[in-house]
Write a protein that binds this ligand. Structure first.
Ligand code: SF4
Ligand code: SF4
Length: 198
């Protein structure tokens, strides 16, 4: 079966499913909590009683959504800035793939640096990783503090680079979905809901 450009890009990317962009997906009235639970997606109620699905999404495996048949409504609606650029023919497929590759490289380098000081980080959403970094870096002592001090400048550079890449090409700016109030001060939104077009 021939894949569309969009499918090829999303297969190469996965940022809106693997926790790079979002920490959760807010469920809608048309979503079936039971179906999502049976598909072993991590759904739960938040502090306000609203249903959410946590990210990294457990349905994202082998670089693709394995629960496409019952994915939440908002998953089908979200279109990142990069896809919009490609659709408008402002960015070619090759350029878009290169953006995805570069951004992935930055994210992976950041996680590798963080793993040296805070093992186990890579299983969380990026915003949670950065939140934990802020919290735990204050409590470090001894060898781990030394390790952190040595890595801090690289971590900050990578964090800023990733933030710029995500802002430029993936978060949809100037829409109700990009909420600077939820920024955690590290320029990566702390708790964004995966949402679609207005
Ligand atoms: S962030 Fe964009 S390119 Fe990446 S998987 Fe999501 S919609 Fe596709
Ligand atoms: S259900 Fe599918 S599309 Fe939605 S976040 Fe999970 S892997 Fe991505």
């Amino acid at each position: 079966m021939n894949q569309s450009v969009e499918e090829r890009l999303c297969l190469a990317c996965g940022f809106c499913c693997d926790g790079t962009l979002f920490t959760r997906v807010r469920l809608q009235s048309e979503d079936s909590v039971e179906s999502l639970k049976s598909a072993e997606l991590r759904v739960q109620q938040d502090d306000h009683g609203d249903w959410i699905m946590q990210q990294p999404c457990s349905g994202y495996r082998q670089d693709a959504c394995q629960t496409y048949h019952c994915r939440p409504a908002r998953c089908g609606l979200f279109r990142c800035t990069l896809l919009r650029y490609v659709e408008a023919e402002e960015v070619s497929e090759a350029e878009a793939l290169s953006v995805i590759r570069d951004t992935k490289q930055t994210r992976n380098q950041l996680i590798t640096e963080l793993e040296k000081v805070f093992p186990g980080f890579q299983k969380k959403a990026m915003a949670e990783i950065l939140h934990r970094l802020r919290k735990e870096s204050r409590k470090l002592a001894g060898e781990r503090l030394k390790l952190f001090r040595a890595a801090r400048s690289t971590i900050n550079q990578l964090k800023n680079k990733l933030s710029s890449q995500l802002d430029a090409f993936f978060y949809v700016q100037n829409t109700p979905f990009h909420d600077p109030a939820q920024n955690d001060g590290l320029n990566v939104p702390k708790s964004m809901n995966k949402q679609g077009d207005a």
